[in-house]
Design a protein around this ligand. Structure first.
Ligand code: ATP
Ligand code: MG
Length: 435
């Protein structure tokens, strides 16, 4: 497709990506934009990053750019670093899939598969890509677009379709099932029959995907601005249970509190992303595990007579430990998740200084947002509690005092049973802390 026949303008391409393309071109190499950025430009969307492919080898690329880092052990890629923007440059990749037998003679000294690093032609590179809409190449030499797999037609028909035989492609890389769903939601397209059919049958292959990779993928699925739609498709294709096995059984019923909770959490996240507000994966992950933890905690209290506090801590640990077998949640997020959960049980206890301490807690805002959604779903006392915190946050100092005073009087009338009981229990062990 020559320049005159498509709508991709250099004005819409990042300056840094153009710099990289032109430098490769000047040095006599082929240089193309490829993948998501070409697809998004064709659709009139703003690409979030720009990927370049070339026939230059990683070493040749490194020779051309001072700001270049080579990464990846199995297949080496070049990252050209421009401050916060990174342009990824890959050498055309050949036909050497991991599905081939692990033949000793092809292993290097460290045991890595050398054949994975065999470079290919642009045609081979295109065949290795996942969806037809992701195999369009924008050539910097003449600004033409080469569409290797009928991606333009698929865009017109708004169709997500894999290149090649769907089942084979999913067996090569099960993450493609998640990607099919992600692109359908993000681009508001339909998954073609041939591409959609095998998913339910092959979903279980996701259990073989490394947990660290799934962490990244799930962020792209749920924290992307189309989380709700993606969630619904994940349920439709029966993939959600492989990601979050604890909560999945409750999600068959759209009226369940679990379903309504996740739905609201995802709507919130989508709104925040679409209005450029900060979001954290900790919040979304915390939501996925909240009701399973509550349930486990109640079960433990009931069966073993543990205190609620202890049962809750054990439930948190157990559910989290089971979850990270599937999806590796990095420590910095799981720490925040625990804080969000623990704060749910601390927010009702507002007496005296506690209210101020909670307000100053680094995770207060997230925990409060979390509480708001729970209140919407569960109603009852939680609504009052959420309203109280809404008012307290913005109240003047005098008004804060008055709110706490009135709370004290109310609780006094009710006899504040919980407070007294915990104090008495602690008294013998904590000595001076008794009164
Ligand atoms: P996004 O807008 O989410 O970045 P993208 O299509 O750019 O979408 P990336 O994960 O950035 O997705 O991948 C870039 C390109 O690499 C894809 O367009 C596709 O051509 C190829 N690709 C990525 N992952 C796979 C995969 N699992 N199998 C085959 N090809 C893939
Ligand atoms: Mg991309």
């Amino acid at each position: 497709m020559p320049r005159a026949e498509h709508n991709i303008s250099r004005d819409d391409i990042s300056d840094n990506a153009l710099k990289v393309l032109y430098r490769l071109d000047k040095a006599g190499f082929d240089a193309y934009l490829v993948g998501g950025c070409v697809r998004d430009l064709m659709l009139g969307l703003h690409p979030k990053d720009f990927d370049v492919v070339t026939n230059a080898t990683p070493e040749q690329i490194k020779g051309l750019f001072r700001n270049c880092r080579l990464i990846g052990r199995r297949f080496r890629l070049a990252h050209i670093v421009f401050g916060r923007e990174i342009i990824e440059v890959a050498t055309f990749r050949g036909h050497h899939e991991q599905s081939e037998p692990k033949d000793k003679s092809h292993q290097g000294e460290q045991g890595q598969l050398l054949r994975d690093n065999v470079f290919g032609t642009i045609e081979e590179d295109a065949e290795r890509r996942d969806f037809t809409i992701n195999a369009m190449y924008y050539n910097i030499a003449d600004y033409s677009v080469t569409d290797f797999a009928n991606g333009i037609k698929a865009i017109k028909q708004r169709r997500i379709e894999l290149i090649g035989d769907a089942e084979t492609r999913y067996r090569e890389d099960p993450v493609r099932m998640l990607r099919a769903v992600r692109f359908a939601a993000k681009l508001n397209m339909n998954i073609s029959d041939a591409t959609g059919k095998p998913i339910v049958k092959l979903g279980h292959l996701l259990t073989h995907v490394p947990a660290a990779r799934l962490f990244e993928e799930v962020i792209k699925l749920l924290i992307s601005g189309n989380g709700l739609q993606t969630f619904k498709l994940l349920l439709e294709y029966k993939l959600f249970g492989y990601l979050f096995p604890h909560i999945a059984p409750q999600l068959d019923d759209p009226q369940s509190r679990e379903y309504r909770f996740i739905q609201k959490i995802l709507i919130n996240t989508d709104n925040r992303i679409n209005t450029d507000q900060r979001v954290t994966p900790a919040f979304t992950y915390a939501a996925m595990l909240w009701y399973p933890i509550e349930e486990r905690s109640q079960q433990l209290t009931f069966e073993s007579g543990l205190t609620q506090h202890d049962a809750f801590n054990i439930a948190m640990n157990d559910v989290l430990t089971e979850q990270i077998q599937r999806i590796m949640i990095p420590k910095r997020f799981s720490t925040s998740m625990r804080e969000i959960w623990q704060l749910q049980h601390r927010l009702p206890k507002r007496f005296g200084r506690r209210a101020y301490q909670l307000l100053a807690h680094p995770r207060f805002r997230a925990a409060y947002d979390f509480l708001l959604v729970r209140a919407e779903v569960e109603g009852g006392e939680l609504v009052e509690l959420a309203e109280w915190w809404t008012e307290f946050q913005d109240a003047s100092n005098d008004h804060k005092k008055a709110m706490l005073e009135s709370l004290r009087r109310q609780e006094g009338r009710r006899g504040a049973p919980r407070r007294r009981r915990t104090r008495r229990k602690k008294a013998p062990t904590s000595g001076s802390n008794a009164q």
